[in-house]
Design a protein around this ligand. Structure first.
Ligand code: GDP
Length: 358
């Protein structure tokens, strides 16, 4: 069994704090430099287990992290539900798990509902980050290293009551929508209840818990999905663009398998399927090796999922963001994958016509 890192996406209403939360997650990784730090991918950041262990402290073991099967978390850097809605792969998702961010003082907002519908339709499990707890009236800030449960206990009782009320507003709305949910420290069964983690993307309070809950959930319940034994190499196109010195490129989240430079790569364009051998597979250079800002990438011959990568090839002109990606060394399989992509694309366009949204 070889378990890959789960892919995490962040979504929620505008201004709920998605970008700040992602910045904080990256910052937390950078601070844990001596533990293993953080590795920059294309469009994603990788937090290795050692880093998560350091950040989460004793919580890591408590949440089931001590089995140490997942090698860390790959967090997609761009927030927003475009990651899901652009995704043309049938029922699929670039993410294995999501963080749904809700502003504690505002509760459910229109795009919170939209995000939830998307997660539902894609069958992506999620955790709620109840953000901006530092904005709860009367909140006394604690150092970010402090666990949120401790932070809450140290608040005046009227603040604790206010937080509970705000939290139970969210629980109430979710229950109307058919979800059981609870503050993560009161959750009894993580399979039946959505965990709500109060956090502040500004002060950092609650971040260790949020990461520990993600590790615990993926570690305990996603092993089969994450196991790479005999997994077909596949991914999703996030972005297609021309880069100086590289020509046409596609940023891809590699979800499963190993992508080799010698592989045939298949992606969709509007009315056909592109089959290409990449000119280069690229990863970002580590910061300390980047002498010239124009020279950002390093070529590799192969890359193992999960990863955020860039491939360069003149054939990528017209490739569609959101397209599924398949790769194979076996030329005789090309037709099979072409058909697969065509049927995935067709099914999505029909869906778009009838429902108008995803
Ligand atoms: P996004 O639109 O969901 O990506 O939200 P942003 O991350 O851009 O945040 C929107 C605003 O809320 C910005 O002014 C942030 O500084 C602020 N913000 C985000 N998280 C927090 C938080 O935890 N506490 C406070 N006080 N402000 C926050």
């Amino acid at each position: 069994m070889h378990i890959r890192q789960p892919i995490v996406a962040v979504l929620g209403h505008v201004d709920s704090g998605k970008t700040s939360l992602l910045d904080k997650i990256r910052g937390t990784g950078v601070q844990a430099r001596e533990a293993g730090g953080i590795t920059q991918h294309i469009g994603a950041s990788f937090l290795p287990t050692e880093t998560l262990k350091k950040v989460c402290g004793p919580l890591f073991a408590k949440m089931g992290g001590e089995n140490q099967e997942i090698p860390g978390l790959l967090v997609i850097d761009t927030p927003g539900h475009e990651i899901f809605t652009n995704l043309r792969a049938r029922g699929g998702s670039a993410a294995d798990i999501a963080i749904l961010v809700i502003d504690v003082n505002r509760g459910f907002q229109p795009q919170t509902n939209e995000s939830l519908k998307i997660l539902q339709s894609r069958k992506v499990p999620f955790v709620i980050a109840l953000n901006k707890v530092d904005m709860v009236s009367g909140w006394k800030k604690n150092p970010p290293t402090k666990f949120i449960t401790q932070s809450v206990k140290e608040q005046d009782s009227f603040v604790q009551t206010a937080l509970d009320e705000l939290l139970y507003n969210v629980v109430g709305t979710l229950s109307v929508l058919g979800y059981n949910s609870e503050a993560f420290y009161r959750v009894k069964d993580f399979l039946k209840e959505v965990a709500i983690v109060p956090v502040s993307a500004r002060s950092g309070e609650g971040m260790p818990e949020l990461l520990a809950v993600l590790v615990g959930l993926t570690q305990q319940y996603m092993q089969k999905k994450l196991d790479q034994t005999e997994k077909q190499t596949r991914g999703i196109v996030l972005e297609v663009k021309e880069e100086i010195g590289l020509g046409m490129t596609a940023n891809i989240i590699l979800i499963d398998g190993t992508l080799k430079k010698s592989d045939f790569i298949l992606v969709a364009k509007r009315d056909s399927v592109i089959v290409t051998k990449p000119k280069a597979i690229l990863l970002p250079k580590p910061l300390d090796e980047m002498r010239d800002p124009r020279d950002k990438f390093r070529p590799v011959n192969e890359v193992v999922a999960a990863a955020g990568i860039k491939i360069a090839s003149p054939d990528l002109e017209g490739a569609l963001p959101g397209s599924p990606v398949y790769a194979t060394t076996d030329e005789s399989k090309i037709e099979e994958f072409k058909k697969l992509i065509e049927s995935e694309m067709k099914s999505v366009f029909i869906k778009t016509d009838t429902k108008g949204v995803i």
